[in-house]
Design a protein around this ligand. Structure first.
Ligand SMILES: C[S@@+](CC[C@H](N)C(=O)[O-])C[C@H]1O[C@@H](n2cnc3c(N)ncnc32)[C@H](O)[C@@H]1O
Length: 208
C-alpha cells in the first residue's frame, strides 16, 4: 500500500462519502437493517449512526483497509457503540462468518470498489440466512450513453486515485449475476454531484 492509499485515500473517501445527497441515500436503506447485520466495507463507519438499535441484534463491520478501520473504530467510539460492533478486518472475498448466520447484509458504495466482487457476492450468499436480505445503495454505470462514455474514459485515472473505485459497474446486473433478485429498486442522478459519479441505485435484494 503506497502513502497515497494509506494516508490520503481514507480521508478523501470519508469526505466524498458523507456529502448531503449521499447521506440521504444511506438514510433510505440503513435503518431497515435488522437481526444479525453484516456491513461490507464499512469504510469510516459513516452508516453506524443510522442503524436502528432496537432492530439490530449484532453488527459485524467488515473492512480490509487499516486506515479505514482506525476511522471506523473512532466513529463507533464517538457514538458509544464501540463495544457492540465486531470488526472483521479483512476483505469481503472471504468473510470469516459461518454459513447462514446473517439476516441483513448492508452494501453501501462498496461494490464499486471490491476487486473480486463475484467472490464477495458468493460469500454474501453463503453467510445469509434463508430469507435474509441485502440492502444496497451504490453508484455506477449511467444509463445515458453521453455520461457512460465519460465514465469509461475517466475510470482508468479515477480508479487509482479513488482507492480502486470503478465508475462503470452496474450494481443491479452484478447482484443478479451474483444470485440475488433485486426488488424495490430505484435509481437517479444525485443532485449537486458530477454525473459520472452520481448515478445511484438503491433498494433491497433477496437470494434468487
Ligand atoms: C467508497 S468506500 C465506502 C465505504 C462505506 N461502505 C461507505 O458507505 O462509506 C469503499 C470501501 O470499500 C473497501 N474495500 C476495498 N476492498 C474491499 C474488499 N475486498 N472487501 C470489502 N471492502 C473493501 C475500502 O477499503 C473502502 O472502505
Amino acid at each position: 500500500m503506497n502513502p497515497w492509499e494509506r494516508y490520503v485515500v481514507p480521508n478523501l473517501i470519508a469526505c466524498a462519502c458523507s456529502t448531503r445527497p449521499i447521506m440521504k441515500q444511506r438514510a433510505k436503506i440503513v435503518p431497515q437493517a435488522d437481526g444479525v447485520v453484516l456491513e461490507l466495507g464499512c469504510g469510516s463507519g459513516t452508516n453506524f449512526a443510522m442503524y436502528d438499535a432496537d432492530k439490530v441484534e449484532k453488527l459485524y463491520a467488515l473492512e480490509p483497509a487499516p486506515g479505514m478501520v482506525v476511522k471506523a473504530k473512532r466513529t463507533a467510539g464517538e457514538l458509544g457503540i464501540g463495544k457492540s460492533i465486531d470488526f472483521l478486518e479483512t476483505g469481503a472475498e472471504a468473510i470469516p462468518l459461518a454459513d447462514k448466520s446473517v439476516d441483513t447484509a448492508v452494501i453501501t458504495f462498496v461494490l464499486c470498489t471490491i476487486p473480486d466482487w463475484k467472490s464477495a457476492l458468493a460469500e454474501t450468499r453463503r453467510v445469509l440466512k434463508p430469507g435474509g436480505k441485502v440492502l444496497f445503495s451504490e453508484h455506477g454505470l449511467a444509463p445515458d450513453e453521453g455520461v457512460a462514455k465519460w465514465q469509461r474514459r475517466i475510470e482508468p485515472v479515477w480508479k487509482p486515485l479513488a482507492g480502486g473505485c470503478h465508475l462503470t459497474r452496474d450494481t443491479c446486473a452484478m447482484l443478479r449475476e451474483g444470485g440475488f433478485e433485486p426488488d424495490n429498486t430505484e435509481a437517479m442522478y444525485l443532485p449537486n454531484t458530477p454525473k459520472i459519479a452520481g448515478y445511484v441505485s438503491w433498494g433491497s435484494a433477496r437470494l434468487a
